[in-house]
Structures are given as C-alpha cells and as structure tokens.
Design a binder for this molecule. Structure first.
Ligand SMILES: NC(=O)c1ccc[n+]([C@@H]2O[C@H](COP(=O)([O-])OP(=O)(O)OC[C@H]3O[C@@H](n4cnc5c(N)ncnc54)[C@H](O)[C@@H]3O)[C@@H](O)[C@H]2O)c1
Length: 461
C-alpha cells in the first residue's frame, strides 16, 4: 500500500533511498524510455511534490506510453534530485524547480501537472496550474478546507481544464466490477442495509530525514512549515492536513459515496489524541453515517485506528439482505458472501460476475443440508428446533477480476485518456468535493462532540 503511514519511511529507510533507486531501475526493464521525438499523442507532464506518493505516481506514469516529463518541482532538494535522477535514467530531460510558479512560467508546453504535495498546498497548486492552462491530477484529500476544495472546482470550471483527484479505487477494475456488476447491476447483495469499513494499522514511528538534508528554518517558513518535524510529519498537524480520517478514511468513505450513489445525511464521530505524544490529529477515530438511498436508509460505520493492526487491515464491507461484499485495495481482504436465502449464484458465475466459492484456507466450514435453508437444528434428530438467526450458511465467493498493474496506474491512465480523447474522468473535482465535505465534517463532529447533519447543497461546489 502506498500511504506512507502504511509503509512508514523511517530515517534509516530514507538513507537507503538512493540505493533503492538504483535497484528499482535495474529491476524495471518494462518501463519505457521517453519517445525519441515528439509524437502527436505525446503529453508533456510535470510533477509538483516528489515525496513518497509523488515518486509512486512518477513510477506508475513512466509505464504509460507517450508521457514525457518536462519538469519536476519540489522545495526539498533531497526529493527533487531523486525525481530528476529517476527521470533522467529514462531519458526524460525534466528540469528541476524549487518554485512551482517559476516552473509553470518556464514550461509553457506542458499539457498536464500531477500534484502530490501536502494537502494544505493542493488548492494553491491546483488553481495556479489550471489558470496556467494545464490539466491537473491532484492527490487526495482534495484540500484540508472546504473553501480550498471549492476554489479548485471553480477554477476547473472557469478554465475548462480537467481536474482529477487521486481517489484511485474508482479506476481499479475490481472496484468497478464490484460497484457496477455486484452491488448495482445484478444487485447480488439485495437491499444494502449497512456498511462498515476500517483501516487498522500498528503504531508507527514519526518520519525522520537523512543527516545533513534538513531544510533551513527560513526555507521551511517560506513554504509554510514550522520545522523539519512538521515538514516530514505534516499529516499529523492541523494546519497542513486532516489527520488519519483524511489520510486513510478519505479513500474508503469515498467508496461508500461512490458505490451508493448518494452522500450521507448525518455523521457522528468520536476520536482523540489518546496515544501519540507528538501529534495534533486524532490517532483513533470512529464515525457513524446515515445514507438516504432510494431503497431506505443505509447505516454505515467507519473506523481508522493507528495504534493496532488487529482485525484484518483495511476494507469496506457492504452488507445486504442477500449477500455481503468485503472489498479492499489489497485483494487478500476481499470476499463476497451469499446469504442462504438468496437465489443461487451459479448463473452469475457462468457470466463471470462472481467466481466459484472459495475452497481451502479461508473457506467457510462445509454447509450441512439443513443449514442450506438458513436454519440451525438444535438437539438430536427427534427434537428438531430451528433457529432462523443462523448465519453460518453464508457461502464465500470471489471477484473474478484482478488488477495487474500498480494500483495508481489505471487512475492516471483514465486522466491521460480524458486529456487525449475526452473519456470521462473517474474522479472529477465535483465528486471529490463531496468526499472532502464528508471527511472534513467527521473531524468537525469529533471536535463538537455531537451529531452533525448535511444539507444536500453542502455537497455542491
Ligand atoms: N492516493 C494515495 O494512495 C496516496 C497515498 C499517499 C499519499 N497520498 C497523498 O499524496 C500527497 C503527498 O503525500 P506524501 O506521502 O508523498 O508526502 P511527502 O511528505 O512524502 O511528500 C510531499 C512532498 O511535497 C514537497 N513539498 C512540500 N511543499 C511543497 C511546495 N510548496 N512545493 C513543492 N513541493 C512541496 C515535500 O518536499 C515532499 O517531497 C498528500 O496529499 C497525500 O494525501 C495519496
């Protein structure tokens, strides 16, 4: 998983980055080098923010044909040099910049800009790039303020440029299959009544930086950071980001909104700085939502815990009266369950909607004939008592769709296709705005210690 908190970069990890870069390049012969000469469908691209996620997007974009990086911008020479060197290895003569304004002014032939800076800079960087006439792919969370997110949508509208936000599950073929063919479409879950979701991760150390690579206090202040600790751990501080609910929950609550096709009408949340001593944001937070769907209310919960990895990692679990779908960006957490009362799923397996029930490890215990109708027999055969609450007759099936690329690649491909061919974006500004409003309200509810409601107009920029 790409979120740095899920694969924390400690000071030691950071020191070995250069060595890893060499190893990565050696191990990646499938990455195409830049085209020898300009092609008609070649897109000129720049990256702003070449940290953890910027590098991941860079590596994914390098696998997409006819993308030529012309510039890379980062205020930290350590990361800027990393990006510049990586691109050079693949014959992309990307000019390094510290200041994005200089980059935009000096690179007029850019078609698109990818933005992977800390959340509090997304709005400024996106609006400037759009106003310079570039299409923008910007990372989530859209912004750490509703006003910032709104300005991004309005700028895209005004400039008629494309704006895609980095909720990459929307372009993941497994998620698309689940949403379009299982939840909606064939409606294998029946009426969805509940969703639960979680991201549980173990305690992590704060990020450090290599000796001698720190930025000066003056330089940090110039770009809005208080000190190196906050610069490296910005996601835990209120002036730069929205904490774990925004960092991790944003991906998953975006899936709730997207799959149901509606936004919530209320949220109630609890959280606190209960564990870490050096952070401002809640380390653990739990939220409840009500979604007013056409079929009735869907009650949903979501929890992000950063102090324990117990309970199976990260997933979204859609629960209906005919079946349930537990889906995750990590395929190992994904399963579909058929309720005993649901029609047989074999016909759907024949059409490739689901795959045959799991067998072996992870499979449910064999179903006895009298359990098939969802009843449990207590006592001996002569004293048959049924318990219709029995749930053991659920059968576990699989999603017959896999993602054979880096998890961000299809979302970048969708963005570049939209620029080249006008294909619809999978996560345009308007959709991401609704998710940002939802996420920021959770933090508000925690601070207010009360239930907060949404008005339908809240979700429109
Ligand atoms: N989609 C995903 O799965 C996913 C995963 C991780 C992070 N993200 C998002 O990506 C973004 C970056 O996160 P990260 O983990 O890479 O953080 P990071 O701290 O590793 O990288 C941020 C980079 O931006 C640079 N930077 C800061 N201010 C800048 C400025 N004014 N101009 C130019 N560069 C600047 C920093 O020097 C740093 O190199 C965040 O918005 C985060 O939410 C998304």
């Amino acid at each position: 998983m790409s979120d740095p908190l899920s694969s924390p970069v400690t000071r030691r990890d950071f020191l070995s980055t250069s060595a890893k870069l060499g190893a990565f390049i050696a191990a990646a012969p499938y990455i195409s080098r830049a085209a020898e000469g300009p092609k008609s469908d070649q897109l000129n691209v720049a990256l702003i923010g070449c940290g953890e996620q910027g590098s991941i997007l860079l590596n994914a974009a390098l696998k997409i044909p006819d993308i030529r990086f012309k510039a890379v911008c980062d205020i930290w020479p350590y990361r800027r040099t990393y990006g510049e060197r990586l691109l050079k290895k693949f014959s992309h003569e990307a000019k390094p910049y510290e200041d994005y304004r200089e980059m935009l002014a000096n690179t007029p032939d850019l078609d698109a800009v990818i933005i992977a800076t800390p959340d509090f800079k997304h709005s400024e960087h996106t609006v400037a790039a759009l106003k310079a006439g570039k299409h923008v792919y910007c990372e989530k969370l859209m912004s750490n303020t509703v006003e910032g997110a709104r300005a991004m949508v309005l700028a895209a509208r005004e400039t008629k440029k494309l704006l895609q936000l980095g909720h990459q599950r929307r372009s993941n073929p497994r998620y698309q299959h689940a949403k379009d063919k299982i939840i909606n479409g064939n409606r294998l879950l029946g009426r969805i009544t509940n969703i639960s979701g979680q991201w549980h991760r173990a305690v992590t150390d704060d990020f450090g930086f290599p000796a001698g690579q720190g930025l000066s206090e003056a330089k940090l202040n110039e770009y809005g950071f208080a000190n190196m600790h906050e610069f490296r751990n910005w996601r835990w501080f209120k002036r730069y980001a929205g904490g774990p609910m925004s960092d991790l929950g944003a991906h998953q609550i975006d899936v709730y909104n997207w799959a149901l096709g509606v936004n919530p009408r209320m949220c109630l949340a609890s959280g606190g700085v209960d564990y870490y001593k050096t952070h401002e944001w809640y380390d653990n937070a739990i939220a409840i939502f009500e979604y007013p769907t056409k079929e009735g209310v869907v009650r949903a919960t979501y929890e992000v815990l950063t102090t324990t990895s117990a309970g199976g990692g990260y997933h979204e679990y859609f629960m209906g009266d005919m079946g349930s779908l537990k889906i995750s960006e990590n395929p190992k957490y994904t399963k579909i369950y058929r309720e005993a009362r649901a029609p047989e799923w074999e016909p759907f397996a024949e059409k490739g909607i689901v795959a045959a029930p799991l067998s072996g490890e992870g499979a449910p215990p064999p179903v006895k004939p009298w359990e098939k109708v969802g009843v449990k027999k207590l006592g001996g055969p002569s004293k048959a008592v049924v318990d219709v609450r029995e749930t053991a007759a659920l059968s576990a099936w699989e999603i017959p769709v896999t993602l054979d690329k880096a998890i961000h690649q299809p979302h970048l491909e969708n963005f570049f296709d939209a620029v080249r061919k006008g294909t619809p974006l999978n996560c345009p500004g308007e959709s991401a705005f609704a998710t940002a409003v939802t996420i920021l309200k959770i933090n508000e509810s925690i601070a207010a210690q009360k239930m907060l409601t949404f008005q339908p107009g809240d979700f429109t920029a």
